[in-house]
Design a protein. Structure first.
Length: 261
C-alpha cells in the first residue's frame, strides 16, 4: 500500500511527520510544490490524531491544562519536534542582528540560544493556555485541528514562486518557489472566506483561520530581509507560530463572546 503513495504525498508526510513512509522516488520542483500544497491535509490528519485527548475531554473543564499538554506532546512526538526546533533556530538567527551569512550559521548550530528557548516556552505556554480556554465551550478539538491545518497552510505561501531560498542546500532550497502563484492565491482566498463566515456567524475558531497566513507573511517578510529567503528552519517557525496565533485568536474570540457577546 505504501508503495502506491505518490511522491508528493511521501515527501509531505516524510518531511512534516515521523510517520514511516517510503522515500520519494524522485523530487522535482513540481513534486515539491504538490507536497507543500498537501501540507494542510497532513496537518489536519496529525491534529485529528493528537487531539483525541481533547475530544475525550469534551465539555469537562477539569484537567483541561493536563489534556492540553498531552495533546501538544503527542503532536510533538508525531512531528519529531521539527517545528519547535525550527522556531528556536529561526528566532536565534533573527535576534542575533548579524548579516545573513552569519545569521544562517547561527541557525545551523545545534545548540539552543536563550532567545530561542524563550520563544519555545512562550509559544508552548500560549498554546496550552489557549487550548485550556477553548475546552470550556467544547471547541478545543475543532480549534486544534483548525490551528494545525492553518499553521501548515502557511507553507504554501512560503513556497510561492516569489519567495527565494536563503541557501542553495537544505529543505528550503528544495521546496522554495515550488508553489504556483494561482495555488497560493486560491489558498488565501479560501482561508479568507472561512474567516469571514466565522466572523459573520460569531464562531471564533473559524474566524481565526486567517491569522495563520498573516503570521506566515510577517515571518516570510522578515526572513527575506534578514536572511535572504526561507530555510527549513523558517518553514518550521511558520508552522509553529501560525498554529499558536490561530489558537490564541480563537481563545480571545471565545472569551469575548462569553463575556461581552
Amino acid at each position: 500500500m505504501k508503495n502506491l503513495l505518490p511522491d508528493s504525498l511521501r515527501l509531505a508526510i516524510g518531511t512534516l511527520t515521523r510517520i514511516p513512509v517510503p522515500a520519494p522516488r524522485s523530487v522535482t520542483r513540481s513534486t515539491a510544490g504538490r507536497a507543500m500544497l498537501l501540507a494542510p491535509a497532513v496537518g489536519f490528519i496529525i491534529a485529528a490524531i493528537s487531539g483525541v485527548p481533547l475530544l475525550i475531554q469534551g465539555l469537562n473543564t477539569g484537567g483541561a491544562i493536563f489534556t492540553s499538554v498531552v495533546t501538544i506532546g503527542v503532536l510533538t512526538l508525531l512531528t519529531r519536534a521539527l517545528h519547535w526546533d525550527g522556531l528556536a533556530d529561526t528566532v536565534d538567527a533573527l535576534a542575533s542582528g548579524k548579516p545573513a551569512p552569519s545569521a544562517l550559521q547561527i541557525a545551523r548550530r545545534s545548540d539552543l540560544g536563550p532567545v530561542g528557548a524563550i520563544a519555545i516556552m512562550t509559544a508552548f505556554a500560549l498554546q496550552v493556555s489557549a487550548l485550556t480556554v477553548l475546552v470550556a465551550p467544547g471547541t478545543g478539538y475543532v480549534a486544534w485541528i483548525v490551528a494545525c491545518t492553518a499553521g501548515r497552510a502557511g507553507l504554501i505561501f512560503a513556497c510561492d514562486r516569489s519567495v527565494p531560498a536563503a541557501r542553495t542546500d537544505g529543505l528550503g532550497s528544495a521546496v522554495s518557489r515550488s508553489v504556483p502563484r494561482p495555488a497560493a492565491i486560491f489558498t488565501g482566498a479560501v482561508m479568507a472566506i472561512i474567516s469571514a463566515v466565522g466572523l459573520a456567524t460569531l464562531q471564533p475558531v473559524y474566524a481565526s483561520t486567517l491569522a495563520g497566513p498573516l503570521a506566515a507573511w510577517l515571518i516570510i517578510r522578515r526572513a527575506r530581509r534578514s536572511l535572504g529567503g526561507i530555510t527549513g528552519d523558517v518553514l518550521g517557525a511558520i508552522v509553529e507560530v501560525g498554529t499558536t496565533v490561530v489558537l490564541v485568536a480563537a481563545a480571545f474570540g471565545s472569551l469575548w463572546i462569553k463575556n461581552w457577546g
